[in-house]
Design a binder for this molecule. Sequence first.
Ligand code: OOG
Ligand code: NI
Length: 306
Amino acid sequence: MSMNIKEMDMNSTLDQVLAGLMRRYSERVPDVQKIIQAMIRVGMIKTAKDIENDHIAFRTMGVPGLGIRSLEKIFLHYGYQKRDYYHFEAKKLDAYWYSPPGDTYPRIFASELRVGDLSEKVQGIIHQYTDTVKSDPVDQLDLDDAVQVDRYLHTGLWPLPTLSDYTSLLEASEYAAWVIYNHYYLNHFTISVHNLPAGYNTLEAFDHFLEAEGIKLSSAGGTIKESKDGKLRQSATVAGKIMARFSDGGQKEIAGSYVEFAERKVLDPFMDLPPDSIQRKHRRDGFETGNADKIFESTYRAQTDR
Ligand code: OOG
Ligand code: NI
């Protein structure tokens, strides 16, 4: 594929933004390095760069000036395309996925809390924080400046919460509590298993390897979550805990981020292609509401306190 200068600059900005996200994430989530080192030790990969990142995920607060509409501007600018919409009734969430500007980039899954669907009291708690944002902060950024974007994605969007507000949110919506503290820190990255060497290239085999390495997988919806067509299969670790410091001096271990694993099967029309000619476009793309609904629970106390 040939690229003009503008596109090359754009991709290097995206590369830097993604590298910044992955760096903070792997510092915060000990399972990331543990899994990568184990994959290297058994010879699945030579370096971390050999891992195909299926997708990354962000969580957002659905209030004016923030939420998906704000966050997506960054990635649309780098050539991502907005794709399907997903709705999670009980969790009061909406989500979209975005296809990347090339096969070497991860897809993006961005979700948003439907704040207006929560009780007046809970909305009040959230607005105490988010109302400090008067207009979409992304509009103030120079999106071609990777340093600015990197800083934005890792700076609190609103003041640090009190422990009691955090606890109230946790009772109303585990997702709300996660976002009020973790902001745009990557929620997860996702290891593609289907292109790994034989013996590891199915989700059963990979999960078996993880469990033998002492990695704890989320049991929400079963260890392997499978789409109706059987072609998108996903597992996730239980989110690691981080020591959170609250504005009133309180400290508490709360859910941080997790790691996901995905197996995308070849679509029926391409079943007969020789294995070495299979590309991303030949495999099941996108996401699945039933799978996602359970993957969200990787940060819920029912999993993290299990
Ligand atoms: C996202 C959960 C959904 C997927 O791949 O379907 C998901 C989240 O926990 O924020 O990652
Ligand atoms: Ni995911």
